[in-house]
Design a protein around this ligand. Sequence first.
Ligand code: FRU
Length: 451
Amino acid sequence: MNKRNNISGAMDFHVLPPKGLLNDPNGLVHYKGTTHIFFQWNPHETDHSYKCWGHATTEDLIRYTYHEAALLPEEWYEKNGCYSGSGLVHEDRLYLFYTGNVKNEKDERESYQCVAVSEDGFHFEKLGPVIRDIEGYTAHVRDPKVFQHEDGLFYMVLGAQREDLTGDTIIFRSEDLLKWDFLGSLLEEKEDLGYMWECPDLINLKNKSVFIFSPQGLEPEGEKYRNIFQTGYYTGTFQNGVFRKDDHDFTEMDRGFEYYAPQSFDYPDGRILSMGWMGTMEKEKEEALPTVKGGWVHHLSILRELSLSSDGRLLQKPVRELESARERVLEEKRDSIRVEIETPFEVNLKASDKMKRLELRYGGDLKLNLDGSSFRVERRDWLTGEREYRSVELTEGLTALQMLVDHTSAEIFINGGEEVFSLRFFKEEENHELLITGDEDMEIGLYRLVF
Ligand code: FRU
């Protein structure tokens, strides 16, 4: 278990930096019976001035053990950071693909897509760059996600910026993971969505492909795109290195304040699991995070099971293993409760779709509110002290709500994972009051989480 100096001095059930700053999840992979979770890590400061790959493992998908950093920026081709990437098992060896970030003597960026390989999952031999400059694109090319397609070949997708300074994802193909052929843009048709796309991921669910990526530079549109950067997806088909998207808009994967750069991996029992970074790149907000005083900043989300709904929407559910951490506080049918409960805990509500009003408050800070079809999550902005919110329209009503609350964060899953809100929040220290009120009776489950 992960005992450490978070601001409440207690234990968190999320992957967080032993000290310093954590950002993207990297190299998620199940290898030789263990699940490995690497992450972007600055062990020295709570800022982005240094990046290596931190390393945690899990046997049960909910409890983590921390290890020595796996990749340190020691070579010329990565001297300003071992940036994000992915993992793949091939012929019993674990391959890591990552971006070597370099600022040259003119302070210009250079990006190298690199490979490291291991026989045990803990010690890596660096094989160096396998991809360098790419024609038609700036040096903003990074975050290799490698997968093997049903045609037996390996593909690598990369976040990129075109020379006209618009965002894109590009794709390479390989037979041996070392020699890569450039195929061009992943998308059949050019999309105009921001100035840079980071951390692309392409996964197969049912007969569909889901292309998940994190574009930068979208302007807010009503309730959409209100964070500094977004993460979302398109569904479509992937064939011969080309993704043909279905006719739908870019859909945000998470409606909360802090969710970015998720990555998925195949679990041996057939599930596709994913986790994201619950952080913000808004500099002032990052620097003001209360955990900075405790010497650490940001954490990852819990692992989530991905699937597609019958109408083609991406569903995210907390890994089912979390149920084994439950200690029941109450399971009752009521229209309201008021209890004292300390973090971490889980709330599980089941309502009829007739429910039109629901309010949930916790710790004098977090507030969830359903008003007709409008659902919103509110917290105090720790930088300005003001209330701020994110919201979504639930056109088919609210029938289920599952909320996992850690000491400094909450993850809220609506209607079996159709909508998700992930956020950090900082409750009043001695306030453990949880209040739930609805306009209908609902099944209320409340559980302490024990790790
Ligand atoms: C996304 C990102 C990646 C990059 C990494 C550097 O949060 O900017 O594109 O590889 O972080 O830490």
